[in-house]
Design a protein around this ligand. Structure first.
Ligand code: LCS
Length: 395
């Protein structure tokens, strides 16, 4: 991976790994909207299989626009290389496929994005892979479940949607001790608020659909590895399985990432004001936000994150009945799945994002029926507060 790196994240999101268009000097990376590249001569194909630099051949294997995005994201996360994928789930399944063998075992965060767990339990199980999805904030429990065939610790922190944290440094020590790989889904923080590779993780992944693209108009994913050998293993699987990103999609995400620092900062300021407002509201039973001193892992958040982010979850005293009235009544926030967009989104995980996880497993993971998830966007906080206020009045 080549590319310029700067001191400030504000500079890195815009310039890291980026070159001006070599042909005309365009400041924006061009969209190389091509499926195939003309060979220099008949030897070019052989170069690739002989391990020599063969340049670009075919867009599933590599494309300059996609590569510009990958170089940027690898630098933001501090990895040796990044692989852009068609969706966040393609990033998750690339990791599972590349790093698990038949009959191997995974320990994952119970409160992770529902399909990351479902795909393991309904699809990978067909190939003999087993998994325990547990509360990974309990490291004693994690260690007790490690078996000779355990290969991966799959951690989501803060978790979707409970915002429970897992201690990444402690997980990295555990992974090292037992010769496991530590994979972290860093979607909720973005590399601006948490850099798992710096804390000892081996692989980081994101749904780019969320904060990194940030405009609710693209789906995408990325996998970033700390070391070359792991990167090559992931790259080989992604190229063969075909879940790679399209160049136009890559260009849109490159455009989105340039404002990541501005958006994360603004949305986080909004969440820091709305979380205490909700916590003090007479109709609200509980609020979970890592920035509140009442969050049970507030100190851990301070030690492994550089900011608390813009995701909040809460429950109303009237339970889901009241919550449903509230989310039906919002006018500015959109009642929608997804998160990390410039616009605020509100949703009910038990009936929306995590509906595919059986009720017992869902509740065991802390995803209770009353839980409402709010992704704070970049609107003015006074408007968001007014919207929540009028919706809570109707609850
Ligand atoms: N990882 C996390 C933490 C996610 O939140 C999501 C999607 C994914 C992976 C998968 O990414 P995708 O394939 O959708 O790009 N989370 C969603 C959510 O909470 N609501 O809708 C999608």
């Amino acid at each position: 991976m080549k590319g310029k790196t700067f001191r400030s994240p504000y500079t890195n999101v815009i310039h890291a790994g980026q070159e001006h268009d070599p042909q005309f000097g365009g400041v924006s990376v061009p969209i190389y909207q091509t499926s195939t590249f003309a060979f220099r001569d008949a030897d070019q194909g052989a170069d690739r299989f002989a391990g020599r630099d063969a340049g670009y051949i075919y867009t599933r294997i590599g494309n300059p626009t996609t590569k510009a995005l990958e170089d940027n994201l690898a630098i933001l996360e501090g990895g040796c290389g990044a692989l852009a994928t068609a969706t966040g789930m393609a990033a998750v399944t690339t990791v599972y496929t590349a790093l698990l063998d038949k009959d191997s075992h995974l320990i994952g965060t119970a409160a992770c994005y529902g399909p990351s767990r479902t795909v393991m339990e309904t699809e990978f199980s067909r190939f003999g892979v087993t998994a325990d999805f547990i509360d990974t904030s309990d490291l004693g429990h994690v260690e007790r479940l490690i078996r000779p065939n355990t290969r991966l610790l799959y951690i989501e922190t803060p978790a979707n949607p409970t915002l429970i944290l897992t201690d990444l440094r402690a997980c990295a020590r555990l992974a090292k001790k037992h010769n496991l790989l530590l994979v972290v889904d860093n979607t909720f923080s973005s590399p601006l608020l948490q850099r798992p590779l710096d804390l000892g993780a081996d692989v980081v992944l994101h749904s780019l659909t969320k904060f990194i693209n940030g405009h609710s108009d693209v789906v995408g994913g990325v996998v970033i590895a700390r070391e070359e050998a792991l990167f090559k293993k992931l790259q080989k699987v992604l190229r063969l399985m075909g879940g790679t990103m399209d160049p136009h999609q890559a260009w849109l995400v490159l455009r989105g990432v340039k404002t990541l620092a501005l958006r994360v900062e603004k949305a986080q300021q909004g969440a820091a004001e709305l979380a205490p407002y909700l916590a003090a509201h007479p109709k609200v039973a509980w609020v979970n936000y890592p920035g509140l001193p009442s969050h049970p892992q507030h100190e851990l958040a301070k030690s492994q994150m550089s900011g608390f982010g813009s995701m909040i979850c809460f429950g109303l005293k009237g339970g889901y009945g009241a919550g449903k009235k509230m989310i039906n009544a919002v006018k500015l926030c959109a009642l929608a799945v997804s998160l990390g967009g410039i616009e605020s989104l509100i949703q009910h995980p038990a009936s929306m994002t995590h509906a595919g996880v059986p009720k017992e497993e869902r509740e065991g993971a802390g995803i209770t029926d009353d839980l409402i998830r709010l992704s704070v966007g970049c609107e003015g906080v006074e408007d968001l507060r007014a919207d929540l206020e009028q919706a809570l009045d109707k609850a």
